[in-house]
Design a protein around this ligand. Structure first.
Ligand code: FAD
Length: 355
């Protein structure tokens, strides 16, 4: 059982900033995210796009913003359960909650902050009749640990940034990389397309376009052995490729998912909160912040998530420390005491007599 003060569901920008604001109040956080990495939409959908409306950053890449948020929260030693979806919630008699993931990991906290954005991202799966038989037996829809593919034969399908970037990365790790896309044209960053072209010319990536994986080979009780590819050139032809892994990267579609069944008030796929006060939901102790919530005038922007996280933490403090008064102090005055023993503070004023 993982125990913490605030259990945050969703490690997007809102969840990550909550760690910092909670840390200032000496509250410890643990984050659960269905994705294998932190950053939410910023790292999954548009890591290389510049954002122009983060206060004090005239321009910052979404991936860099994620790095900065992680760095800012690191001193408060957050825990992470990544690659697991929060599935069920149970309220105990003492008012605390137990949240269990799809992999059975249990977390307990007196306060739950849902920062689930548009919901948990579910992979778009190709329509191959026997694909589900080989999930986790060689078929993976996300790359969690690239080392799994070291010296293996890998077939990647897809035509976007993910398929291009992972093909480039794995060309240095795997024994063999084949990239299959149903069109000749790729929809990704120009430099990635050019890099794949270079690697193809060097014989480091096998490129099959236009082509489509239409079958999986192997015994469903065992690991996959290969894939069937249909290639619609001038004449339609079908052939087999032996491989150890098949990774379809067709994007992710967000779904509110299991959270929708937690008894929370939902309006148009978003969680209704009390925005006049603290972004609490209809269940005491469960808050919803960032893109996942709704209230009159809601804007789905990163800076709004930051603001909501800040106010939510004040209410969480009251739940965790009943009756205790918290006096807001500027970080410029109080400094920041990390849970890791670090201390940041502005230089003290010098007291010195002047003759
Ligand atoms: C292409 C694009 C460009 C954008 N540009 C801008 C911009 O310029 N400026 C701006 O302010 N905003 C922009 N946005 C919007 C911005 O990205 C969102 O407002 C922001 O990501 C919301 O942050 P969040 O942390 O609330 O949610 P998200 O970033 O969506 O993160 C939520 C996380 O929760 C996880 N999750 C959900 N449910 C579960 C569950 N049950 N279990 C485990 N994990 C779960 C998800 O996997 C996800 O990682 C843009 C969005 C897109 C798509």
């Amino acid at each position: 059982m993982i125990k913490t003060d605030i259990l945050i569901i969703g490690a997007g920008p809102t969840g990550l900033f909550t760690v910092f604001e909670a840390g200032l109040l000496k509250l410890k956080c643990h984050l659960i995210d269905a994705l294998p990495q932190a950053g939410g939409q910023c790292s999954e959908i548009y890591p290389k796009k510049p954002i122009y409306d983060i206060p004090a950053y005239p321009e910052i890449l979404a991936g860099d913003l994620t790095e900065k948020l992680l760095e800012q929260g690191k001193q408060f030693e957050p825990g992470f359960t990544l690659g697991e979806r929060a599935e069920t919630i149970e309220k105990l008699e003492d008012g605390s909650f137990i949240v269990t993931t799809n992999k059975g990991t249990k977390h307990q906290a007196p306060v739950v902050a849902i920062a689930g954005g548009l919901g948990s991202f579910e992979p778009r799966k190709p329509l191959i009749h026997n694909i589900s038989d080989f999930e986790d037996k060689g078929v993976e829809y996300m790359i969690k640990d690239p080392e799994v593919y070291r010296d293996k034969r890998v077939v990647i399908a897809g035509g976007g940034d993910s398929a291009l970037d992972w093909s480039i990365f794995l060309s240095d790790v795997a024994k063999e990389v084949t990239l299959i896309h149903r069109r000749n044209e790729f929809r990704g960053a120009l430099d990635s397309v050019e890099k794949v072209q270079d690697l193809k010319n060097q014989g480091k990536i096998n490129l099959i376009t236009p082509g489509e994986v239409t079958g999986i080979l192997g015994d469903p009780m065992d690991h996959l052995k290969g894939v069937v590819v249909s290639q619609a050139d001038h004449i339609e032809k079908e052939f087999e490729i032996e491989c150890d892994h098949f990774i379809p990267l067709f994007g992710l579609s967000p779904k509110l998912g299991p959270i929708a069944n937690w008894g929370l008030e939902i309006e148009k796929n978003a969680i209704v909160v009390n925005n006049a006060l603290d972004y609490q939901t209809n269940i005491t102790g469960i808050f919803a912040i960032g893109d996942v919530n709704t209230y009159p005038g809601k804007l789905k922007l990163i800076l709004c998530g930051f603001h909501e996280a800040t106010l939510m933490c004040q209410a969480a403090y009251q739940i965790i420390n009943p009756g205790k008064r918290y006096v807001l102090k500027y970080t410029t005055v109080s400094g920041v005491d990390g849970f890791d023993g670090t201390r940041k503070e502005a230089p003290k004023a010098v007291v010195k007599a002047i003759n």
